[in-house]
Design a protein around this ligand. Structure first.
Ligand code: GDP
Ligand code: MG
Length: 734
């Protein structure tokens, strides 16, 4: 996360921080540049792997000089000629030597004793609080000759430190962090061994501790409950410069990680100064915010409550980290959201490629990134903010995923429908028999598999909302609905084919029967052996028989085929019912065609001529004047005229009644939908509400047509007769 802060051209850079950064200025203002300083010095990204040291001591006791020599820093020091206070407020600089632990931050605190600030005990107290709240190690810089001067300025400072320490950690009972007080004794002459100086100091410290008033409940607390001690002595820098340098070097070796076993005595520390228990556990990237919050409390004289500060910090930082993580999320997911929105705006379903994988990865990446950075903060706050972040991420993924499934659903259904129709068309084109049920099953399996894959891809293990099995069920249901619709269409196509077949078969068969009328000898011709010769009287019986057998065959064709694509019983029932109706209508049309004026007149003429021009043996007559032309003519004419009433009505010779059309067609199946019947012509006697009776349905020639036909036939017969008469006379004259 620090990468973008440290980009070239950004404001903070190491050069501008040559002297470190002023954390608190002389007006007690906090400098929020601290955060960019930590970024510029690469401390911000160190997590907990950093350390904080503060230095305390009277004015002009060489504190800044010590720090600069010890840590390679460049804090301002008093020039030897001016002797004026230089360090103002609190400065911070990162350790520049390479021999120590990484990321040591050193705070140079304005000296106390108030020579130039007058009796400003206030700042002393505030800076002590600030240092204690943040630092692991407090270096107490003291002249050798001040040791044992119990009333000296240093002791006042230590009293302040102890008091604020009690105040500070009163609230923080769980962690009670310890601090190391590291006494550096300056201008050590060497007459008094360090051990003696240390004893004197410890005595004084104990005295001070017992003298301070302790808050309720902490009356019996001991100094070692809060502090460890360490001691070092340095020779006079100006008088013994070489020795000073050597000793500083030795001292520097102690600024490494230590451990408890190195402890000598109950309250003292030797060896590495950085013990884990000194660490304030403020992640480096949140240090600036934390320090600012702490300072704000201090400067406004509020009770400094570190646990609360840490919670506030956690909230602030977790929110910040969350925002950064969401930016990362945005760069990946934002464009996909836009694509999806655009697609839905133009109403074109868009299935985003690899969305499941992308979503899963970015979710994991974001949560992981958050965990790494925010996980160092206050546990409960972190857990809550993490849940919030996951909620935000999931909300957006959810919308995206649902859009994805809607698109996959739509396009899946469309491509299923297209594929089935396409396969059917291809099947029809090839002319080969195709199995509709098979096509549906194959295409359904394909589409279902595709959708299933999408559902699986979108699912993230352990995340309940990514289980989309119910959508899969819905999808399959819709495919079945589409299948049903397509099957219905297929039924229609089948019905059309079968109807066409019925029409063509009826056309031929009915024509044959009517053509037989043309032969007047139908009743007396030479029939085949053993077969009852067809008579004109059973014309309708034969037509009905042909009709019913054609329809029967058509029904079985239809049923077989429909069953093959898994049509339901009910669907087949409806189909057959429609087929019978349509077949009847087709028959009726065919009959009408046969009895059209010209056609039927021609048939009657043929019938008549057959009887008139041929004798019983089927030999053409040569008319002679003596022949009973008139008698033969009259008989033939009357015989043919008997056909007219016969032709006028569809009647079976056996019952002399119309066929039972109603029974033949059957009741309308309950499943036949109203819309299906739109293309069905009404049938008299069957469709009651139609108002047309069965008698009317069976009327082939109306009364008027019949009379007209008789008149025209007679005229025609008369013509034939006259011609015969003439030919008889002509034959005589020849
Ligand atoms: P600070 O105010 O405590 O930060 O003190 P400075 O580091 O600015 O130094 C104050 C003065 O003490 C300067 O003039 C230094 O030269 C001088 N000084 C630094 N180190 C020593 C030392 O070890 N012994 C003595 N006697 N003077 C020192
Ligand atoms: Mg100084």
């Amino acid at each position: 996360m620090n990468g973008h802060f440290a980009a070239v051209g950004d404001a903070p850079n190491k050069a501008q921080y040559g002297h470190g950064v002023q954390v608190i200025d002389e007006d007690k203002e906090f400098n929020s540049n601290l955060s960019s300083y930590l970024v510029a010095t690469d401390v911000a990204e160190s997590g907990f792997n950093y350390h904080l040291i503060s230095v305390f001591g009277s004015q002009s006791t060489g504190k800044s000089t010590l720090l600069n020599n010890l840590f390679g820093t460049d804090f301002n020091v008093m020039s030897e000629t001016e002797r004026r206070q230089t360090t103002k407020g609190i400065w911070m600089s990162k350790n520049k030597t390479t021999s120590m632990t990484d990321n040591i931050l050193v705070m140079d605190v304005e000296g106390t004793d108030g020579r130039e600030r007058g009796e400003d005990q206030d700042f002393e107290r505030k800076s002590a609080l600030f240092a204690l709240a943040t630092s692991e190690v407090l270096i107490v810089n003291i002249w050798e000759h001040q040791v044992g001067l119990y009333q000296g300025a240093n002791m006042g400072l230590l009293k302040t430190v102890f008091e604020v320490n009690l105040q500070l950690f009163l609230k923080d009972k769980q962690s009670t962090p310890r601090s190391l007080l590291f006494f550096v004794i300056r201008d050590h002459i060497g007459n008094t061994p360090l051990a003696n100086l240390r004893n004197t100091l410890i005595q004084d410290l104990t005295k001070i501790w017992s003298s301070i008033s302790k808050p309720q409940g902490l009356e019996n607390s001991r100094i070692e409950d809060y502090f460890d001690f360490a001691f070092a002595a340095l020779p006079h820098k100006i008088l013994q410069p070489d020795k000073f340098v050597d000793e500083v070097k030795n001292l520097g070796k102690r600024f490494v990680t230590g451990n408890r076993s190195a402890k000598v005595g109950e309250r003292e520390l030797e060896g590495g100064v950085f013990l884990p228990e000194y660490h304030r556990r403020i992640p480096a990237d949140g240090f600036s915010v934390y320090a600012e919050g702490v300072w704000d409390q201090i400067v406004n004289n509020k009770d400094l409550d570190l646990p609360t500060q840490q919670e506030l910090l956690a909230q602030f930082r977790c929110d910040e980290i969350s925002r950064e993580v969401l930016i990362l999320f945005d760069t990946t997911i934002g464009p996909l959201e836009e694509q999806q929105a655009e697609a839905s705006r133009i109403g074109k379903p868009l299935v985003l490629a690899d969305l499941g994988e992308t979503g899963k990865q970015i979710r994991e990446k974001c949560v992981k990134a958050f965990e790494i950075q925010a996980g160092r903060y206050h546990k409960a706050v972190y857990a809550r903010k993490r849940a919030e972040l996951e909620g935000k991420i999931d909300q957006r993924l959810k919308t995206l995923y649902q859009g994805q499934l809607t698109a996959a659903h739509k396009s899946g259904v469309a491509s299923f429908s297209d594929a089935v129709s396409g396969d059917v068309k291809a099947g029809q084109k090839s002319g080969a028999a195709y199995e509709f049920a098979e096509i549906v099953a194959t295409e359904k399996a394909k589409c279902l598999e595709q959708f299933k894959t999408e559902v699986q891809n979108l699912s993230i293990q352990g995340i309940a909302w990514t289980n989309f099995n119910s959508q899969l069920v819905l999808f399959e249901k819709e495919l079945d609905e589409v299948s049903a619709r397509l099957r219905k269409e297929e039924m229609r196509r089948l019905a059309t084919r079968v109807e066409r077949w019925v029409k063509s078969r009826l056309g031929d068969a009915v024509s044959v029967e009517f053509n037989k009328l043309g032969s007047g000898r139908a009743g007396s011709g030479a029939p085949e052996e053993g077969q009852k010769p067809p008579t004109e009287k059973d014309l309708w019986d034969r037509i009905w028989n042909v009709f019913t057998s054609v329809v029967k065959e058509a029904e079985s064709r239809f049923t077989d085929r429909a069953k093959s694509f898994e049509a339901s019983e009910a669907e087949v029932e409806v189909g057959l019912w429609r087929l019978r109706r349509k077949s009847w209508v087709a028959l009726r049309e065919k009959i009408d065609e046969e009895v059209m004026e010209g056609n039927i007149l021609l048939k009657l003429r043929e019938n008549f001529e057959d009887k008139f021009r041929y004798d019983e043996a089927g030999v053409p007559r040569i008319w002679r004047p003596a022949d009973d032309i008139e008698g033969i003519y009259t008989r033939a004419r009357e015989s043919t005229l008997t056909l007219v009433p016969l032709l006028s009505r569809f009647r079976l010779s056996t019952t002399y009644a119309p066929p039972d059309l109603n029974t033949f067609i059957g009741n309308q199946p309950a499943e036949a939908e109203a819309e299906d019947e739109d293309d069905l012509a009404p049938i008299g006697g069957v469709d009651e509400e139609d108002g047309k009776s069965l008698e009317e349905e069976m009327t082939v020639l109306s009364e008027g047509k019949r009379q007209d036909l008789v008149v025209r036939f007679k005229k025609m017969a008369d013509g034939v007769y006259v011609e015969a008469k003439r030919s008889a006379i002509g034959g005589v004259s020849q």
